[in-house]
Each structure stands twice: as C-alpha cells, then as structure tokens.
Design a protein around this ligand. Structure first.
Ligand SMILES: [Zn+2]
Length: 105
C-alpha cells in the first residue's frame, strides 16, 4: 500500500541512466474547469497550482470561473428582460433562474 502522502500524486515509471526502474511521484495537474450551467470547458482558468495573483486565477467578470461567457450573456439578458417586464419567470429556463436570483443582489 502506498503511503497517504503519495496517493494523490501522479505516478511515473521511468528507467534511470544506471538501468534501474524508478518510480517517480509528481504533483497532479488540476483538471479543467467546467461551466456550471452548460458543462463546457472554461477559458481563462489556469491549470497550474502555483501561486497566482487574484486576477490571474479567473476571468474578471460576473460569474468568472463558474459560468462560461455564453451562459453569463444569457443570464444577464434574461435578468434584464425580467426587470423590464418583457418576460415572465415562467418563460425563463429553471436552470437559469437560480443564477438570475444571485445576480439580482
Ligand atoms: Zn455555459
């Protein structure tokens, strides 16, 4: 059994210059972020574990790093339509209503 410290690490089996088999443990690369609404890959979210400045970690917009740009545009559009009375809550998809309510604050 591998010790707990190595369980989350990436295992690489290599042959050293002397001919011995060596097992190398490396840090895992964080997975790609996905949109909470449509599930597409998020752009502008780095896959590195280094220390980064706050503005380098996610896009600097509403729901940056949570929703993709297309979904944010839809949420903002629906919110505006609800506010102006052009659309009713029944006409907006239920999945988007949650995000519209968060945006209202
Ligand atoms: Zn999306």
């Amino acid at each position: 059994m591998v010790s707990k410290a190595f369980r989350r690490k990436r295992v690489l089996k290599r042959r050293s210059p002397s001919g011995k088999r060596v097992v190398i443990y490396k840090k895992r690369i964080p997975g790609v972020g996905h949109c909470a609404l449509c599930g597409c890959k998020l752009h502008g979210v780095p896959r590195i574990k280094q220390r980064l400045a706050k503005t380098e970690k996610r896009p600097e917009r509403v729901f940056g790093g949570v929703l993709c740009g297309k979904c944010v545009a839809l949420v903002v559009r629906d919110r505006t339509r609800l506010k102006t009375g052009l659309a009713s809550r029944e006409s907006v998809p239920i999945a988007r209503l949650k995000w519209i309510d968060v945006l209202k604050r």
